[in-house]
Write a new protein. Structure first.
Length: 105
């Protein structure tokens, strides 16, 4: 019975064939990881940076926290939002989530 089990065992591959197969699988995993995770994330970051660069005075924006307001002042890292009459709040520029109405419209 033991001889039968040994006869059914798969033959071992040569050293070079096993290495090549492992290398191909490793490269395939890196390729899939890049196109499914890294590339889309870089695209989202680029779109987000374009959104933040496009914010200008007079735009109506929504912050990450859900605060709606109109941009009345812009610095390098901060924006000043008018949220009500005589109420202006300063936020980090990165807290802008979306532009609801552009000043041009």
């Amino acid at each position: 019975m033991f001889n039968y089990v040994l006869a059914m065992a798969p033959a071992g591959e040569g050293g070079e064939g096993a290495f090549t197969g492992t290398l191909i699988m490793f490269l395939l995993i890196i390729f899939i990881f890049y196109f499914l995770i890294i590339r889309p994330q870089q695209k989202r970051q680029k779109e987000r940076q374009q959104l933040l660069d496009a914010v200008k005075k007079g735009d109506k924006v929504v912050t990450v926290g859900g605060m709606h307001g109109e941009v009345v002042g812009i610095d390098d890292k901060t924006i000043l939002l008018k949220v009500a009459d005589n109420v202006k709040l300063k936020f980090d520029r990165s807290s802008v989530n979306s532009i609801t109405k552009s000043a041009d419209e």
